[in-house]
Ligand binder design. Structure first.
Ligand SMILES: [Zn+2]
Length: 350
């Protein structure tokens, strides 16, 4: 079969090549790939900045945002041939740490977890893949190709859960939410905010392309510019850019008692006008909380699948802004900040 593979930490090593059939050790469910989403992590792995091959191997099958159709359910009675499934990305560390021991592998304490397509386990960008039945999420067939959005949706399902848990330390009736960044994570965070009945505002830097319309069609408000200019102090800020200045501005402008949830991964970058003690004083005097959130556990996968099923199907379809064939994976990795939302690699008809 064919797969998109990479030699981690070696820039330019990605290839669409012949590989052996999936290892039965990867799980008893045999799945035919339908689509995989492409995200910034895939780009970083291909650029040689990130990623680990399985032990004893040189190359890693790329891809962690999956969608596939069961070809052979094996002994798993909960699945049947033709079921639409998505594979969970992370596996608990082998020690395990206390959080992994109770199934909260998203909160792993020792960093020895593994991740499909990222860290030491084959990913999903291959014609066929295997998965353990307990790490497969069955989707309603009505979702079709939109099921490929499940993995990014789990990230925001966890982020919203974290915001809610933190908020409930006091009397908590949030009204207005600001999401920074209108990429797939930001737009799905906005969707979940609307599903909670909140007034949602989304801030990005682009003025054209599909993003402003996608925000408006959620019943949310699109802003272009700085947080200081949105005209209100948000009760919740879901930060999805990872840009230093945007992070600092979110600390400065969140409302009294408000929660900032950081989901973006950035690095470096200069910020201007950051008097740290002043920002700290503001956060003390206004009881603010900053919470980082990454990855997702099985509860979030389950909840995110329900959230996607409740969403408007036509709107979800518009998040998939481009489809590429596996042999054109390099095109899929080149994303336009204005015109692309979620680019997917299509292996078979949904
Ligand atoms: Zn752990």
């Amino acid at each position: 079969m064919k797969a998109i593979t990479v030699q981690p930490k070696k820039p330019g090593s990605a290839a669409y090549e012949d590989v052996p059939e999936p290892d039965p050790g990867d799980g008893s469910l045999l799945v035919e790939a339908v689509a995989t989403g492409v995200c910034g992590t895939d780009t970083e792995i291909v650029e040689g900045k990130y990623g680990w091959a399985p032990p004893g191997r040189d190359r890693l099958v790329l891809g962690h945002e999956s969608l596939g159709r069961v070809v052979d359910p094996g002994p798993a009675r909960a699945f049947k041939e033709g079921d639409l499934v998505v594979g969970i990305v992370r596996r608990p560390d082998p020690v395990p740490c206390p959080n992994c021991a109770v199934g909260e592998w998203d909160m792993c304490r020792n960093g020895e977890y593994t991740e499909r397509g990222i860290k030491q386990i084959a990913g999903f960008m291959s014609d066929r893949w295997r998965v353990e039945p307990e790490y497969a999420i069955r989707l309603d067939p009505a979702l079709g190709i939109r099921g490929v959005l499940l993995e990014p949706a789990t990230v925001v399902a966890k982020a919203w859960e974290q915001v809610s848990i933190v908020g409930q330390r006091a009397f908590w009736e949030p009204q207005r939410v600001l999401v920074t960044g209108a990429g797939p994570i930001g737009l799905l965070a906005a969707l979940l905010g609307r599903q909670r009945g909140l007034s949602v505002h989304v801030l990005d830097v682009v003025t054209a392309g599909p993003k402003p319309g996608l925000v408006e069609d959620l019943g949310a408000t699109y802003h272009c510019g700085k947080i200081a200019d949105v005209g209100f102090e948000p009760d919740v800020i879901v930060e999805c850019t990872g840009v230093g200045q945007v992070i600092v501005d979110s600390f400065k402008h969140v409302a009294a008692g408000g929660v900032v949830c950081l989901t973006g991964i950035g690095s470096g970058g200069r910020t201007t006008g950051l008097p740290v003690a002043d920002v700290g004083s503001k956060m003390v005097l206004q009881n603010n909380v900053v919470v980082g959130s990454v990855n997702a556990n099985k509860r979030h996968w389950y909840k995110a699948a329900q959230d996607l099923l409740r969403a408007d199907r036509a709107w979800l379809s518009r998040l998939i802004s481009r489809r590429e064939k596996p042999w054109n994976f390099e095109e899929a990795l080149r994303r336009s900040p204005q015109d692309d939302v979620k680019v997917v690699i299509e292996f078979a008809e949904a």
